[in-house]
Design a protein around this ligand. Structure first.
Ligand code: TXA
Ligand code: MG
Length: 354
């Protein structure tokens, strides 16, 4: 049976016994889903190969897709990774927070946790429930997103319950995730260069203040058949809705005209709050879903996965959504949506902008 612990992060010390209970579960090899500032994680003792195996089994995730290890303090990475000057520069600027850093691993991280790789991904979350849980556990916590492989990442305990209830020991409900998309992942190449493997709330511009940044092809493009992914997660088909998702690149009028011409049979439309009223004038409002304001990609990121989960429940055959802009946090939205859409984009600007 899965135990659900409700914890109010504003009164954390009131819940010390609950956190201690969950930490005991982690120490004894069990699995605890917990809130972080990005998405909910499915945690187990990163130093225990059996716990890593249990995480893969509960998620239905291939065991060659490595897990991020979560530490309570940036310095704790020392015991698990070969850190260096650039790691500490990143840590000083971005940790605790939504950044994951990939470095060469030490033997202390079992191969099961790192999916057989020589490297390890380290992250120090800023969410206080997460940090207290790691501290009480006394071990780093390996945690992928707490969803069934292939469904959108969970941004509330309700999402975790929908996917994993009955399969894990504890679910900590600590409220909605602040950011709503998974952490930015960078790999340290040398003292002054990073490769961006997954965009998130920490943007390329912010990273550029610390180091040179190469963007891995797979962030924006489809990997060619047989190509080796820098991050194993990139080679798997990520969240894919049951319906066909098509991204539309164009203005409001172009999008309305296009959807009308294609027909509205069993179709959902995801749009910006700026266009909601206009869209509801054209289409049935129960089929129109709002992501956030057009120029506020942080707000859109916050809602993305819950909107996708909501839409998925309705068994639509087609979903239209706007193609996100690649700047700032928009790159994270672009990366998640382009993959959910299997790279299907319709360019409605052609011939208009010349
Ligand atoms: O925000 C997040 O990062 C959340 C929360 C729970 O911390 N976690 C998360 O984990 O998104 P997951 O497992 O869903 O995604 C981690 C990604 C996977 O695509 C995996 O392939 C990649 O990180 N990864 C992990 N270790 C790696 C390594 N050593 N080298 C390259 N990629 C790695
Ligand atoms: Mg995931």
């Amino acid at each position: 049976m899965t135990k659900i612990l409700e914890i109010n992060p504003d009164n954390l010390y009131f819940y010390e016994n609950d956190i201690k209970y969950a930490a005991e579960i982690i120490k004894s090899g069990g699995l605890v889903a917990f809130p972080t500032e990005t998405v909910y994680g499915l945690g187990g003792d990163a130093t225990n190969p059996k716990a890593a195996e249990a995480i893969f089994a509960a998620k239905g995730r291939p065991s060659d897709n490595p897990l991020i290890i979560h530490v309570a303090n940036p310095r704790d990475a020392e015991a698990y990774a070969h850190t260096g000057e650039l790691y500490y520069k990143l840590a000083e600027r971005f940790m605790p927070g939504p950044l994951t850093v990939i470095m060469n691993a030490r033997e202390s991280v079992p191969l099961e946790t790192r999916g057989g790789l020589s490297t390890v991904a380290v992250r120090c979350p800023s969410n206080q429930v997460a940090r207290m849980l790691i501290e009480e556990s006394g071990v780093p916590i390996a945690a992928p997103s707490a969803n069934i492989s292939g469904s959108p990442s969970p941004t509330s305990a309700k999402h975790v319950i929908d996917d994993l209830y009955g399969k894990i020991d504890v679910i900590i409900d600590g409220g909605d995730s602040a950011f709503g998309v998974e952490s930015t992942i960078v790999k340290i190449e040398d003292d002054s260069t990073l490769t961006l493997l997954r965009p998130g709330s920490i943007t390329v511009d912010e990273l550029l203040c610390i180091a040179d940044v190469k963007i891995a092809d797979a962030v924006t493009d489809k990997l060619p058949e047989g190509a080796v992914a820098l991050s194993p997660g990139m080679k798997y088909r990520h969240y894919a809705p049951k319906a066909t998702l098509v991204l539309l690149d164009g203005d409001y009028q172009d999008i309305v005209a296009y959807i009308k011409q294609e027909g509205l049979d069993n179709t959902a439309i995801i749009t910006y709050s700026d266009d909601y009223d206009d869209f509801c004038g054209e289409f049935s409002d129960s089929d129109v879903y709002v992501l956030g304001a057009r120029d506020n990609s942080r707000e859109q990121a916050h809602h993305l996965f819950s909107v996708l989960r909501k839409v998925d429940k309705h068994n639509y055959t087609k979903i239209y959504a706007p193609l996100p802009d690649k700047s700032g946090v928009g790159l994270a939205l672009y990366n998640r949506m382009i993959r959910a859409a299997a790279h299907q984009v319709i360019d409605l600007r052609q011939g208009r902008d010349g």
